[in-house]
Design a protein around this ligand. Sequence first.
Ligand SMILES: C[S@@+](CC[C@H](N)C(=O)[O-])C[C@H]1O[C@@H](n2cnc3c(N)ncnc32)[C@H](O)[C@@H]1O
Length: 258
Amino acid sequence: MPHEPASGPACAICYDHEALLHAAHGLASRLGLPLLAPQDNGPVLRLAVTTDGLELRRVEMRPGQGVRIQWLGNRRLRQASAATEGLIRAVGARRGQRPTVLDATAGLGRDAALLAERGCVVWMAERSPVLAAMLADALERLDQSPDGAGLAAHLHLYPGDAIAFMRERAGPERPDVVYLDPMYPETGKAAKSRKDMQLLQQLLGTDPDPPGLLETALRTARQRVVVKRPRKAPALAGPEPSHRITGKSTRFDVYVLG
Ligand SMILES: C[S@@+](CC[C@H](N)C(=O)[O-])C[C@H]1O[C@@H](n2cnc3c(N)ncnc32)[C@H](O)[C@@H]1O
């Protein structure tokens, strides 16, 4: 189900130079979005086909100023930080134990890649066709690179609604952990400085049904469900989390099962 807002296309496909026109054409027809030359009028958001992968940008941004999914050579993936350690602890990964994780709200795949880098096998579900196309492109590039194939082997993409994925995998293939990071209306200074989140919010708005996602996740995961929230936000509607891991700006609500 396409999830970008229904009032006309929220986004158009464009290309950085003529040699990429053919690829841009294919992407536009796969996603059912208009194809525009870089300066054409039309939707403000553009998914640009570039020689280094897909880039989501606003029409006034120059190439390179938008958001890309860059897993290869991304040093942040290997750096230890309090936020990363919080995520790793929240999913229950420890020495000798690497749970399989369904990242049911994959977005730009940053959290998924952090978990995969630490050895978890991660399924990424993303229902926005634009973001799913960016994830598929990044995954293909990673897989084709000699340095990235190891990480790529831990990452799998489901381009669609996570609830459908969980219904399909209700049996022995259930993931150990379901991880949720739904869109939250960001306000204040932090939001202004986060270009990636601003672009995502323009593309998607807020997620309509995080409590429904939590309910299905609680029925699907074998071991636990983890929900990422802004530090001071209320928990999602539903049962109380078993415990919380609170960091500087975010919090992980952990629902331990069984
Ligand atoms: C805040 S972003 C996630 C960011 C992500 N954790 C990262 O590290 O890049 C939330 C994403 O969840 C996706 N989403 C929300 N509900 C979903 C569902 N039911 N199935 C699949 N994707 C969903 C939205 O389209 C959006 O891209």
